[in-house]
Design a protein around this ligand. Structure first.
Ligand SMILES: Cc1cc2nc3c(=O)[nH]c(=O)nc-3n(C[C@H](O)[C@H](O)[C@H](O)COP(=O)(O)OP(=O)(O)OC[C@H]3O[C@@H](n4cnc5c(N)ncnc54)[C@H](O)[C@@H]3O)c2cc1C
Length: 477
């Protein structure tokens, strides 16, 4: 533990109740088990001492000011769909849910923006924009995540190939700092070179710097039509080889994903969602958005011609909403399917330059297999963010699984670095990847990270032990 945190007492519980509402505060065994973990219990199960559902920034401010004074750790929680072990109370203390703060304010048409509270659900934000003829493009796989969680993890997702990441759509944010002060970062302007870009530092900070309480998001005009194309190939390596060919065409794809046949079958077997294409050992899924049918047809024709020349076994057009939905439903269910199929999972979330995708995929399969692990590379191959999913079979002992995944991850991160990639493309460091970070980014970078953390949170009370870990000797209590 980096710091001798205060163990919470009845007096502390009473204070939190007094500034919120006792009906929104739970302590000790009253706290449901789901709040002990996120979507990756493998990265730690930690019961909070107190769980509170806040309703506004003033409540958060009072809680933070108190925690700051008393030295109590606080972890902010969105929908708990994170895949890094981020929204958990590693050192006890308060778990603060912002999910009741879910207002979506009316679309600002003149600025083409929408302002939201952090507990608004991604799918509701997308729908609110669509209802006004506009489009919020970031599209991470988990649509029930909170928009605040998306911002604070800089969520990526399928459409990053064309539109970019959540960060690219955040105009400004409001946040409560660890000492309880309330601050605004940037404003509803298109550009800003006023001082350091602290807003962009907070985006992706995984709840370690401040608590996000409001954000204004950029919107785009909606595309008028779109089409999903499934290209079956004889191997996942051939799919990866096809990616640069797709990117070289004169149309920017919205999404490029890939799936191996085995993974499709896992989803079909366990979740009864049927993939419409049966051929091949792997499939590349390509989506185009366009503003006219002619543009869309030209993009799809160019893709069909190129892919058939490069070994695609077919070119299946999912050109109705129902067909497209059947393709994307299988893609979206991968994690759930893997959970149903295996005792537990580990995931490597590296991102590599797009020119290196095929090389990474080929080597990654060899690495994991050499350690006796069943592996499924899949995911966002259009942006080089390959999720290398490792599945634990029932026969593997705890020790065998731990050693094999550790050895595989060590080699996979070294491989990603050698190929010019990064350790995490979108899921972040949290608690799950912390032990690999220093080796990857180096000691000087870790010192920089620590200086940034201390500039925001000098008492290390906000989500301690995530992203970076301080040693007791580094701090004066
Ligand atoms: C099936 C599935 C598919 C997924 N697909 C994708 C994908 O395509 N791309 C992608 O990037 N991610 C994906 N994820 C991961 C996850 O959905 C994202 O990381 C999401 O952004 C987390 O949001 P959340 O509300 O669940 O946050 P939580 O899990 O509750 O929290 C995540 C982190 O953010 C912090 N936090 C949350 N809200 C706030 C706030 N208001 N202020 C300060 N800190 C806060 C927490 O402390 C924690 O560290 C997927 C997850 C699942 C289960």
């Amino acid at each position: 533990m980096p710091y001798p945190y205060k163990k919470m007492t009845e007096q502390d519980f009473d204070y939190i109740r007094s500034v919120t509402d006792s009906a929104r505060v739970w302590v000790g065994d009253e706290i449901a088990n789901e709040y002990h973990k996120d979507e990756m219990p493998e990265y730690g199960i930690y019961p909070p001492e107190l769980y509170v559902e806040v309703e506004n920034k003033e409540e958060i401010s009072k809680i933070m000011a108190y925690a700051y004074e008393k030295n109590i750790p606080v972890v902010c929680r969105g929908a708990g769909t994170g895949l890094a072990g981020g929204a958990t109370c590693k050192y006890g203390g308060i778990l603060l849910s912002i999910m009741r703060m879910n207002k979506i304010f009316p679309v600002d048409h003149k600025n083409q923006t929408i302002t939201v509270e952090p507990g608004a659900i991604l799918i509701d934000v997308q729908a609110a924009a669509a209802a006004e003829g506009l489009f919020y493009p970031p599209d991470p796989g988990e649509k029930t995540a909170s928009i605040g969680g998306n911002i604070i993890t800089n969520a990526g997702g399928m459409k990053a190939v064309r539109y970019g990441l959540t960060r690219d759509f955040v105009r400004c944010i409001e946040a409560v700092m660890p000492d309880g002060s309330i601050m605004e970062f940037s404003s509803n302007v298109v550009k800003n070179t006023t001082g350091y870009d602290v807003k962009d530092l907070i985006i992706g900070s995984e709840g370690t710097l401040c608590i996000l309480t409001k954000a204004t998001l950029k919107l785009l005009p909606s595309p008028t039509c779109s089409c999903t194309v499934v290209l079956p190939f004889n191997s996942v390596e051939e799919c990866a080889d096809m990616v640069p060919e797709v990117l070289a065409l004169p149309f920017v794809p919205t999404a490029i994903e890939f799936l191996e046949r085995e993974l499709v079958e896992i989803v079909e077997r366990n979740l009864r969602k049927m993939f419409p294409v049966k051929q091949g050992e792997a499939a590349l899924i390509v989506m185009y958005d366009a503003s006219s049918k002619d543009e869309l047809n030209s993009a799809v024709e160019a893709l069909a011609e190129s892919s058939l020349k490069h070994g695609a076994l077919d070119c299946f057009l999912a050109d109705t909403p129902e067909r497209a939905a059947s393709v994307w439903a299988v893609r979206a269910a991968i994690l759930e399917g893997m959970k149903a199929e295996s005792v537990s999972q580990e995931e490597c979330d590296v991102v590599v330059p797009r020119a290196k995708i095929a090389e990474y995929v080929k080597a990654a399969k060899k690495i994991a297999s050499s350690h006796g692990i069943r592996v499924q590379p899949c995911g966002h191959c259009g942006d080089g963010n390959i999720h290398t999913e490792m599945l634990r079979s029932a026969e593997m002992s705890d020790e065998e699984w731990k050693n094999a995944t550790h050895a595989s991850l060590t080699e996979l991160y070294a491989l990603a670095k050698q190929l010019g990639g990064q350790l995490s493309g979108e899921h972040g460091i949290g608690n799950g990847r912390i032990e690999f970070l220093e080796k990857f980014v180096g000691e000087r970078m870790i010192r920089l990270y620590k200086a940034i953390k201390l500039a925001f949170d000098d008492r290390l009370i906000l989500n301690p032990g995530k992203v970076i870990e301080f040693q007791p000797k580094e701090l004066q209590p």
